[in-house]
Ligand binder design. Structure first.
Ligand code: FES
Length: 122
């Protein structure tokens, strides 16, 4: 599992192994501006400021250019965290839409922090 810190708010999200960033954010009770959810439109782009990610399926060069692949641009509906990430949203649309899931997510993040072990070892 990985922890994602979402800037500029500093919100922490617990992401299960294999979940895309979009899936992780949704399971934590958050919503933001997305489109096709299948890697075809590019609306869900976020910037990865720190950490590594990979794509769970091929992403077309028409959606992510070579330049974007090198500058941290990330299709959140297809990207899977390889470690803890810091991402930056491109707009202010991130909002908590399910407070119960948000509370569960916060408890998981607190448990990981208090355990003092890197999330990838848990
Ligand atoms: S929502 Fe369309 S590419 Fe991610």
């Amino acid at each position: 599992m990985a922890t994602i810190i979402v800037q500029p708010s500093g919100t922490q999200i617990h992401v299960e192994p294999g979940d895309t960033l979009l899936a992780g954010l949704q399971k934590a009770g958050y919503a933001y501006t997305v489109g096709c959810r299948r890697g075809g439109c590019g609306i869900c782009k976020v910037d990865v400021v720190d950490g590594e990610f990979s794509y769970n399926r091929p992403v077309a060069d028409t959606v992510i250019t070579d330049e974007e692949r090198g500058d941290g641009t990330c299709l959140s509906c297809r990207a899977v965290a390889e470690c803890d990430l810091v991402i930056e949203m491109r707009d202010a649309s991130l909002r908590l839409v399910n407070p119960l899931l948000g509370t569960i997510n916060a408890a998981r993040c607190d448990r990981e922090r208090s355990a003092g072990t890197p999330p990838e070892e848990q």
